[in-house]
Structures are given as structure tokens and as C-alpha cells.
Write a protein that binds this ligand. Structure first.
Ligand SMILES: C[S@@+](CC[C@H](N)C(=O)[O-])C[C@H]1O[C@@H](n2cnc3c(N)ncnc32)[C@H](O)[C@@H]1O
Length: 201
């Protein structure tokens, strides 16, 4: 049982292919921790699907920073064909081996997406309508990253754990933004921060 009931059979088949490749590659490049691999569908895949559902579709360009083994960027790219949105997905992942894994899954599932294997600080401006980043950095750092890559009306979707209020308070010292926090469906106490109208204080 995957616990995911709001996607088509085709999307589910792609996600299952992705899960199989993750199991195959994980012992070599450690894409996710061995313990969390046991809860792959709920802990990682469903967690990424809920981000997809929180965006206001149709989305033009979706940028995922620090995609690692593909959460949430690759899940977004695999859901794209079914929903017709986002128009395009870019994943930025500085680890070359992980970037190769992301490209391999896109190829094997015959899906489109760009994978940039460089640091976000070095990437050319992406003009993204949605920026996501999961388990990459604290909120203030993520906003620094986002500033250069967000389209004027763009929003950020950042999953955060129980310390999210502290991170928001710290970020408000430098940044002005609108905030809509949604309870995570997969982790008690965790939230997804939807951030818009980003500017410096
Ligand atoms: C803890 S992992 C999380 C991966 C994935 N987002 C997830 O939730 O499973 C953080 C990933 O971000 C990448 N990363 C960290 N800082 C980065 C940066 N400045 N630019 C690009 N990638 C970065 C790391 O290589 C690593 O794969």
C-alpha cells in the first residue's frame, strides 16, 4: 500500500519505478537514510505530493533546491504529465552522483525536467514561480537563496519541523513576507510554509 490515492495509475506506476530505482541506488550513494527508506511512501513520497497539492496550479516554472534523492522535485516532475502543471521543473543538486540519479529516474520514466548539478548560489537566476526546498537549510538561508531565483509573483513552499516558529521569527529580522502555514499530513507538529511577496526589510 502506498497511501497515495489522488494520483492516476500512470503516475503511480512512475512513482513505483522511482521507488525501485531508489532502493537499487541507495546502498551506493545514500540518497535517503536506511531507516527512512522503510517509510519511503509516507515519509518521502506523500510528503512531496502534499507540496504539489499546496501550489496554486497552473504553475509555470517550479524550482526545487537541494533535491537530493528527489524530494520533492522529482515527485513534482513525475506528477507533471498527469496534471499538466507545472510547465517545467528544475532541480538543483550540488552532489554530482545524486544529480546523475535524478537524471536517470527522469530518463527511465520518460519524463522531462532539468537537473543542474551546481550550488544554488552559483546558478543563473531561474525566475521560478514556485520554489521548494526540503531539509536543505534554515529559513533565513533559504530566503537568501530564493531572492535571486523567484519571479516577481513567485511563492516558496518550505516544509519545516517543530522549530518552524523560531525560524520565522529569526527570518522576519531581515525579510518581509506573507505567510500561510499548513499542517503537515505526514508529520505531527510539522508544517509547510507558503511564503509570498518576499522583500528585504
Ligand atoms: C539533507 S538533503 C535533503 C534532500 C531532499 N531535499 C530530501 O528532502 O530528501 C540536502 C541536499 O541538498 C543539497 N544541497 C545543500 N546545499 C546546497 C546548495 N547550496 N546548492 C545545491 N544543493 C545543495 C545536498 O547536496 C543534499 O543532497
Amino acid at each position: 500500500m502506498t497511501g497515495i490515492d489522488n494520483v492516476s495509475r500512470e503516475t503511480l506506476a512512475r512513482l513505483e519505478r522511482y521507488a525501485a530505482l531508489l532502493h537499487k541506488w541507495n546502498p551506493t550513494i545514500n540518497l535517503v537514510s536506511r531507516t527512512s527508506l522503510e517509510g519511503l511512501w509516507n515519509r518521502h513520497i506523500l510528503d512531496s505530493v502534499q507540496l504539489f497539492d499546496l501550489a496554486s496550479h497552473p504553475v509555470g516554472h517550479w524550482l526545487d533546491i537541494g533535491s537530493g534523492g528527489g524530494f520533492p522535485g522529482l515527485v513534482i516532475a513525475l506528477m507533471r504529465a498527469e496534471r499538466g502543471s507545472p510547465e517545467r521543473v528544475t532541480m538543483i543538486e550540488s552532489d554530482q552522483r545524486k544529480a546523475t540519479f535524478l537524471r536517470t529516474v527522469l530518463r527511465e520514466t520518460e519524463q522531462e525536467g532539468a537537473v543542474l548539478s551546481e550550488r544554488i548560489e552559483a546558478a543563473s537566476p531561474q525566475r521560478a514561480n514556485v520554489i521548494s526546498a526540503r531539509a536543505v537549510a534554515d529559513l533565513s538561508t533559504l530566503l537568501e537563496y530564493a531572492e535571486r531565483h523567484l519571479a516577481p509573483d513567485g511563492v516558496c513552499l518550505f516544509p519545516k519541523g517543530v522549530t518552524w516558529e523560531k525560524e520565522v521569527k529569526a527570518a522576519r529580522k531581515t525579510w518581509s513576507f506573507t505567510l500561510d502555514e499548513r499542517k503537515s499530513q505526514t508529520e505531527p507538529g510539522a508544517v509547510i510554509l507558503k511564503i509570498g511577496d518576499l522583500s528585504r526589510v
